[in-house]
Design a protein. Structure first.
Length: 135
């Protein structure tokens, strides 16, 4: 039999490790939010306007999630449904977002940086404008 204090020590070490891990990711998210907000307010973003083309929902093998992929004005975007970034565009479920089919005319403001989970460079949509066309 192992002494009871041995399990308490193991649990304590695991708890401290998980807490530090969580604090790292939360502080990284806050830092990303602050940087993105500052860039947005200072106009430090890219913009593209045009019709949505090649809209499709695909399975991402690396992350095990569904992606929405589409092109706007020749610029390719990949968006993860339900992505936990409240400051970037992400539909709650595939096909339910503001951009959801070919032929929509939109203007998008975005920034590009590496995704911390996949390590791939991605475009993160900061703002979507859909003009209202009245006949």
């Amino acid at each position: 039999d192992m002494p009871e204090h041995y399990f308490v020590k193991i649990f304590s070490v695991m708890f401290v490790g998980m807490t530090l891990f969580a604090v790292y990711f939360i502080s990284d998210d806050i830092s990303t939010y602050k940087d993105s907000y500052k860039k947005y307010k200072n106009g430090e973003y890219k913009q593209v306007e045009g019709y949505v083309r090649n809209f499709q929902i695909k399975q991402d093998e690396d992350l095990g999630s569904d992606d929405e992929e589409f092109d706007i004005g020749g610029t390719h975007f990949t968006v993860y449904a339900g992505e936990p970034w409240p400051y970037y565009y992400s539909p709650l479920d595939n096909g339910t977002g503001v951009i959801n089919h070919d032929g929509q005319y939109v203007r998008v403001k975005y920034e590009t940086h590496k995704n911390k989970l996949s390590g791939k460079e991605r475009k993160y949509i900061m703002e979507i404008y859909l003009p209202v066309i009245v006949d």
